[in-house]
Design a protein around this ligand. Structure first.
Ligand code: C2E
Ligand code: MG
Ligand code: MG
Length: 345
C-alpha cells in the first residue's frame, strides 16, 4: 500500500496542458500473484479490483478478493439480461404493477402509479431499486421506458373506459403516474416518442403524470428544462418524485413547470409524531399550496399518518394503508370492491 500511495502522489502532481494547470487522479486495483497464477489472471484480477475502486469513488484503491469477481460476473449477467429484456420485456418476466393514489379527504381513487417488477428466471424477484440503476447505466432503460409508457397508457385507457361505463363521472376519471429516468429525458426524441405513444393508445395527455426525481432535475438543468417545457406543451403533468431528499431549492421549483410534489416516504414515516418529520411535511405541503401544486404523500402506512397529513392540507396519498402495487386485474377488482364497500357505509 506504500507503493499505491507513491503512485497516487506521483500522479497527483499538477501538469501544464495548453497553458492550463491540470491534475489527474487514478483508481488503483491491486492483485497479488501466487506462484501458480499466470500473467493474464493477475492482470484480470487487478482489473476487477480497479473497477471496484472506481465504484467506491474517485482516486481510491482496492485489493482483489475472489468475491469481487463473482459480484462483477453477476452484474455483467444482469446487464446482459436487461439488454435482452428490451427486445421482449414480457417474455423476460418484466411486469408493471399499479399502486392506487387516493384523495385523502374523500377516500376516492385519484389515479395510480405504474411500478416495474422483474421476476428474474433464475435469481427470483429483483427489486427495481437494484435493476433500474443498472438499466440506466447501460441505456437499456430507454427501450424499456418506451415499453413502460406504452403499457401504462394502454392500461390507463382501459381503466378510464371501465370507470366511465360504471360511474359516468368524468370529474373522477383516473390519472396515471409513470416514473421517468434522467436517461430517458435526455433522449432528443423523447417528446416525439411520447406524443406517438399517446396517439397510439388514445390516452389523453392531461391524464398522464411523469414522475421525475429531484436529483435528476437538479443534475440536467439546461437540457431537461427544454424537454420539460416541450412536455408541458404536450399537455402532460409533471411530478417531482421523492421530494425533500435531494437538494431542494426554491429557485428550481419556480423554474421547472411542475404540477405535483411527491413527499418522500422518509418524512411521512414519522409525520404523526409531531417532530421534525411533521415540521418538514408541513413545510412541503405549505410550499405546494403557495406554488399552486398538488401534494402527494408517499408511503402512507397508518391511519394516524393519513389523519395528520389530511389535517395539514395534503390532498393525495399512496401507501400500504390503501393498497400495495397490484397487477392490473387485481387492481380492477380492488377498485370495484372498494366502491361497493363505500356504498355499504
Ligand atoms: P418511487 O417512484 O418513489 O416509488 C414508490 C416506492 O415506494 C415503490 O417501491 C412502492 O412500492 C413503495 N411504496 C409504496 N407505498 C409504500 C408504503 O406504504 N410503505 C413502503 N415501505 N413502501 C411503499 P418500488 O416499486 O420498489 O420502486 C422503487 C423505485 O424504483 C421507485 O421509487 C422508482 O424510483 C423506481 N422505479 C420503479 N418502477 C420504475 C419504472 O417503471 N421506471 C423507472 N425509471 N423507475 C422505476
Ligand atoms: Mg414514483
Ligand atoms: Mg418516490
Amino acid at each position: 500500500l506504500a507503493i499505491v500511495n507513491r503512485i497516487k502522489v506521483a500522479l497527483r502532481r499538477p501538469l501544464m496542458l495548453h497553458g492550463r494547470l491540470m491534475s489527474v487522479s487514478a483508481s488503483v486495483g491491486v492483485a497479488f500473484a501466487e506462484p501458480a497464477t499466470d500473467v493474464d489472471t493477475v492482470l484480470r484480477n487487478a482489473d476487477v479490483a480497479m473497477y471496484e475502486a472506481k465504484e467506491a469513488g474517485k482516486a481510491r484503491h482496492a485489493v482483489f478478493e475472489p468475491a469481487m469477481y463473482s459480484a462483477i460476473v453477476q452484474r455483467l449477467q444482469l446487464e446482459s439480461d436487461l439488454r435482452q429484456a428490451t427486445g421482449d420485456p414480457l417474455r423476460a418476466a418484466l411486469q408493471l404493477v399499479y399502486q392506487p393514489i387516493m384523495h385523502l379527504d374523500t377516500g376516492v381513487i385519484q389515479g395510480m402509479e405504474a411500478l416495474l417488477r422483474w421476476q428474474h428466471p433464475t435469481r427470483g424477484e429483483i427489486p427495481p431499486t437494484v435493476f433500474v440503476p443498472v438499466a440506466e447505466q447501460t441505456g437499456a432503460i430507454v427501450a424499456l421506458g418506451d415499453w413502460i409508457l406504452e403499457t401504462a397508457c394502454a392500461q390507463l385507457v382501459q381503466w378510464r373506459t371501465m370507470w366511465w361505463r360504471e360511474r359516468r363521472d368524468p370529474s373522477t376519471l383516473p390519472m396515471m403516474g409513470v416514473n421517468i429516468s434522467g436517461r430517458q429525458l435526455a433522449e432528443p426524441d423523447f417528446v416525439a416518442k411520447l406524443e406517438a405513444i399517446l396517439a397510439r393508445t388514445g390516452a389523453p395527455a392531461a391524464s398522464l403524470t411523469l414522475e421525475i426525481t429531484e436529483s435528476v432535475l437538479m443534475s440536467h438543468t439546461e437540457d431537461s428544462l427544454r424537454s420539460l417545457q416541450a412536455l408541458k406543451a404536450l399537455g402532460v403533468q409533471l411530478a417531482i418524485d421523492d421530494f425533500g431528499t435531494g437538494y431542494s431549492s426554491l429557485s428550481y421549483l419556480q423554474k421547472f413547470p411542475v404540477d405535483v410534489l411527491k413527499i418522500d416516504r422518509a418524512f411521512v414515516e414519522g409525520v404523526h409524531h409531531g417532530g421534525s418529520d411533521t415540521a418538514l411535511a408541513r413545510t412541503i405541503i405549505a410550499l405546494g399550496k403557495t406554488l399552486g401544486l398538488r401534494t402527494v404523500a408517499e408511503g402512507v402506512e397508518l391511519e394516524a399518518q393519513q389523519r395528520q397529513l389530511q389535517a395539514m392540507g395534503c390532498l393525495l396519498g399512496q401507501g400500504y394503508l390503501f393498497s400495495r402495487a397490484l397487477p392490473p386485474a387485481a387492481l380492477t377488482h380492488w377498485m370495484r370492491t372498494r366502491r361497493m364497500g363505500r356504498l355499504r357505509q
